[in-house]
Design a protein around this ligand. Structure first.
Ligand code: ME8
Length: 523
């Protein structure tokens, strides 16, 4: 039924429900959404998964603080993340909650498998635990601050002593290092890969994977006074959603191993160390890639609810527009690096690339066609070298360059490739000056306008993953049928048909005038 090479499975982290979604959360999911949309247009069967992580002490405590039971609490807060799907126009195929039965079943099946394989044993645990991070730390990792033990993340740790199940992580060091060696693209970007490799080379300790001091979690099969450590529960979501434990399920066969787990750098260790080991121990293949992106910061500090410096995705959309916001966050910061949010940069970027670059190109060209070519695409004459050069960039070279960059999650580079074409098309208008040709050589003007309209078609097609609504408007304006918008149509063979009627064009990417003036006055 489906060609396995043409399946693509991409996941976001599942977000904790003790927090309202902010720009940081939206960022990860925007990146995945762009990849999912890109792959669909490139002919892949795509599974794009996001969801919420609803167990653990942190959520338990947040519910207690709110004075409600954990289930009602998670029902309410999980909805904020579902609402974000509408706010940001995400195209996820599924939304998983770890409190669902399908997930409990999968997490327990994985646990049972690991027990059968001899990788889990019962012992006593004592150590430093940070509730905020849902993680244990070694004494040597902690700092003493005012009599408190503080983890490298800044979270306060408490001394915990309890009976716990352990996973034999210490026995997996060599196999894990071999796996990294054989799969150099498993962890990206490279700098992060190096960090993880040195962490693993430093030695792995067995991992405590159950708790008895609270009960808001998936019960351990056969020993229900324990609940599973939230990370083993949470990571399993990636296989729950494709049918685990039924490894013969159609989705499981089509989509595992996942092509990409996208995560923030804060949770790379869980995804790049623990998760592949759990999977290998359960006779399952590790994912093909884990990409750790950087943090959005405000004045140099990580955006987070506890610091009270968050930007709400809805505010961003209200201020700059939905597609503009999606575009800006991926264009502005080299993916993988941290980025400092700045209103001035947002306005400048949106105005220069979208309003002046794409918007202007489209508006100038289509207005001239509407006024001077009888409201229809003109019949071009023979193409000159200059025409062929621009057409070739738009119809042919752009997609393969963008594909190469996106396959490495270099969003900013992919966008640069697109903007290069938009800029070249704008330079071509200035070079060819169709407004002069109108009087001097009307036949040549027709060819130039045709070439430009064809560039707009190609740019509209390739912008769909980034700016879905605005790209749809661009394509509507150049009369591209719904069924002819995939990347298969990026070629000369599917070029615009002369004689097709168009409507009076309307601006698609407005300039942010008032805000820009304010920013200039302030700066
Ligand atoms: O860690 N900049 O959930 P979480 C960029 N439940 N991205 C940010 C960000 C920022 N300032 N703040 C958050 C968890 N993120 C676990 C995950 S997965 C099996 C379990 C993004 O709600 C980034 O993707 O704390 C980060 O990894 C994620 O939100 C953490 O979300």
């Amino acid at each position: 039924m489906t060609d396995n090479n043409k399946n693509y499975y991409v996941t976001t982290p599942i977000y904790y429900v003790n927090d309202k979604p902010h720009l940081g959360h939206a960022y990860t999911t925007i990146a995945c959404d762009v990849l999912a949309r890109f792959k669909r247009l490139d002919g892949y069967n795509v599974k794009f998964l996001t969801g919420t992580d609803e167990h653990g002490l942190k959520v338990h405590q947040a519910a207690a603080k709110a004075g409600v039971d954990p289930q009602s609490f998670t029902d309410k807060v999980s909805q904020n993340f579902r609402d974000l799907v509408g706010v940001m126009n995400f195209s996820n195929d599924d939304f998983i909650r770890t409190t669902e039965d399908r997930h409990k079943k999968a997490a327990q099946a994985l646990w049972t498998k690991l027990v059968e394989k001899g990788d889990i044993y019962l012992d006593k645990y004592s150590g430093w635990y940070a509730v905020r991070d849902e993680a244990y730390y070694g004494e040597d990792e902690l700092q003493d601050v005012d009599g408190k033990k503080i983890a490298p993340s800044g979270a306060e740790c408490e001394w915990v002593e309890e009976e716990s199940y352990f996973f034999k992580l210490s026995e997996w060091q060599d196999r894990l290092l071999e796996f990294y060696e054989a799969n150099p693209d498993f962890i990206m970007p490279d700098a992060r890969r190096n960090e993880v490799v040195s962490f693993v080379k430093g030695g792995l300790r067995d991992l405590s994977i159950s708790r008895t001091n609270f009960d808001w979690g998936v019960p351990v099969p056969g020993d229900e006074k324990h609940v599973m450590y939230v990370w083993i529960d949470a990571l399993t979501n990636y296989i729950t959603a494709i049918g685990y434990p039924d490894v013969d399920a159609a989705d499981f066969r089509a989509y595992w191993p996942a092509d990409l787990h996208m995560v923030g750098k804060d949770i790379l260790r869980f995804h790049a160390v623990y998760w592949p080991v759990f999977l290998m121990a359960a006779d399952l293949a590790p994912p093909k890639r884990v990409f750790a992106h950087g943090w959005w910061t405000i004045e140099g500090q990580k955006m987070s609810k506890s610091l009270g410096n968050v930007i709400a995705p809805q505010d961003l959309v209200d201020r700059y527009g939905l597609d503009q916001s999606r575009y800006f966050v991926l264009r502005e910061v080299p993916f993988g690096n941290d980025g400092n949010f700045s209103h001035e940069n947002a306005v400048n970027r949106i105005n220069s690339d979208l309003a002046n670059g794409l918007g202007n190109l489209s508006q100038r060209t289509l207005s001239m066609i509407y006024k001077n070519c009888d409201e229809q695409f003109p019949q071009p004459n023979e193409f000159t070298e200059d025409d062929k050069m621009v057409l070739d960039m738009a119809q042919d070279q752009m997609i393969s360059k963008v594909r190469t960059e996106l396959d490495k999650q270099r969003f900013h580079k992919a966008i640069e490739e697109i903007m290069l074409v938009a800029n070249e098309a704008n330079a071509y208008i200035d070079r060819q000056a169709p407004w002069t040709l109108k009087k001097e050589d009307p036949e040549r003007m027709k060819t130039v306008l045709y070439v430009l309209a064809e560039c707009i078609r190609c740019l509209g097609i390739i912008m769909q993953p980034l700016t879905p609504s605005c790209a749809a408007k661009m394509l509507d304006q150049v009369k591209v049928a719904e069924g002819e918008r995939s990347f298969a149509y990026l070629s000369a063979e599917h070029a615009l048909k002369a004689g097709t009627k168009i409507e009076k064009p309307e601006g698609i990417f407005p300039r942010i005038v008032e805000e820009e003036e304010k920013a200039q006055a302030a700066g």
